[in-house]
Design a protein around this ligand. Structure first.
Ligand SMILES: Nc1ncnc2c1ncn2[C@@H]1O[C@H](COP(=O)(O)OP(=O)(O)OP(=O)(O)O)[C@@H](O)[C@H]1O
Length: 335
């Protein structure tokens, strides 16, 4: 089964009208049941050849459910998934030859050493023994895993284990890499190694990468395009720059009060109505003139005496995400 060669800019992965509902669970013996969840609610998107495409969204938005359908592990109720010309709803078994997938769940390779896990994955992907060993050595070196290569995965820290699983995903050169929160639990050195390896696969081998992430700051620096997912739907899809244009020229003003905000100061009370609050911290999105007025108001008189710190920042992907109705830990954020 040869993977069809795809021209630059053509979709490597095309998703149309994908719907997946997890059935309701009935409560037993007085226990509370769970209602049905429509985790993919009509999702359509295209991932193009050679791009690093991100899926961004809050917990429970439906990102993992989507990628598990893209990787042939979960059958959609309806809709289509095509990877490099192959219909993965009809032929889910083909996914293993087309893509490398790093899921969230712990690996089946846990009993093996890092080196053996990488080599075995290469063999399972059809590499001859000598090539599997050569790729093993190259990827262990590339990701800086040499010191722990002889240790079983189950004896490693969470971040080390994740890096070892990532190493296994890279062997056998799949044209599409699907990575579900690849850097969870990793230290900065390991994170950098992951992003460098992803970038190299794209630049030198034309690989395409689909990446699930919560980490907006990290995402901003590596992604070519982003789909923001919320409650099973794509609520926006664009380049990070294009998404930032959605919030126009607005700037973000963060105010941190010493104890509590002086709501008896009318300017402060007015700002409070537009602010997202988290303890002593207020976050506001304002046009530049309003932001200047607000800074002037809080850095004078009684308001200033109550102020601990403030920062002004240009919009980030996080602001876009919040402006689109993304949720934070404190609940739903008003657009
Ligand atoms: N096996 C399952 N059975 C029933 N409901 C499920 C199952 N897996 C996920 N869900 C529900 O489907 C919705 C989407 O979950 P999913 O794991 O796809 O979200 P996510 O965006 O990947 O979240 P996170 O960022 O926390 O990993 C959630 O409401 C979740 O509770």
């Amino acid at each position: 089964m040869g993977a069809k060669r795809v021209e630059c800019g053509e979709p490597v992965c095309a998703v149309r009208d994908l719907v997946k509902t997890y059935p309701a669970v009935r409560g037993r013996r007085g226990a509370v049941g769970a209602p049905a969840v429509r985790a993919s609610d009509g999702i359509s998107l295209d991932v193009r050849q050679g791009e690093i495409f991100g899926l961004l969204g809050p917990n429970g938005a439906g990102k993992s459910t989507l990628v598990r359908q893209l990787t042939g592990l979960l059958r959609p109720d309806s809709g289509s998934v095509t990877v490099l010309g192959h219909d993965l709803v009809r032929y889910p078994e083909r996914a293993a030859r087309l893509l490398g997938y790093l899921g969230q769940e712990s690996s089946a390779l846990d009993e093996m050493t890092v080196a053996l896990a990488v080599e075995t994955t290469g063999r399972l992907r059809g590499l001859p023994a000598r090539e599997a060993r050569a790729e093993r050595d190259a990827v262990v070196e590339e990701l800086g895993l040499g010191d722990i290569a002889g240790r079983p995965l189950k004896r490693l820290s969470g971040g080390q284990r994740r890096l070892a699983c990532f190493a296994a995903v890279l062997v056998g050169e799949r044209p599409l890499l699907v990575l579900d929160e690849p850097t969870t639990g990793m230290d900065p050195v390991a994170r950098r190694a992951v992003w460098a390896a992803v970038d190299r696969r794209r630049a030198e081998r034309g690989a395409t990468v689909l990446l699930v992430t919560h980490n907006v700051i990290e995402a901003e620096s590596v992604l070519d395009r982003v789909a923001v997912i919320d409650r099973g739907k794509v609520i926006a899809c664009d380049t990070p720059g294009g998404l930032k244009d959605l919030v126009g020229e607005e700037v973000r003003l963060e105010l941190v009060w010493r104890e509590r905000a002086p709501l008896d100061v009318p300017e402060v009370a007015a700002l409070g109505e537009a602010a997202r609050t988290s303890g002593r911290r207020w976050t506001l999105r304002l046009d530049p003139d309003r932001a200047r007025e607000a800074v002037a108001a809080v850095t004078a008189g009684p308001a200033f005496a109550a102020l601990d710190d403030f920062t002004l920042a240009t919009p980030s992907l996080e602001d876009v995400y919040l402006a689109l109705g993304g949720r934070t830990e404190e609940g739903l954020v008003k657009a």
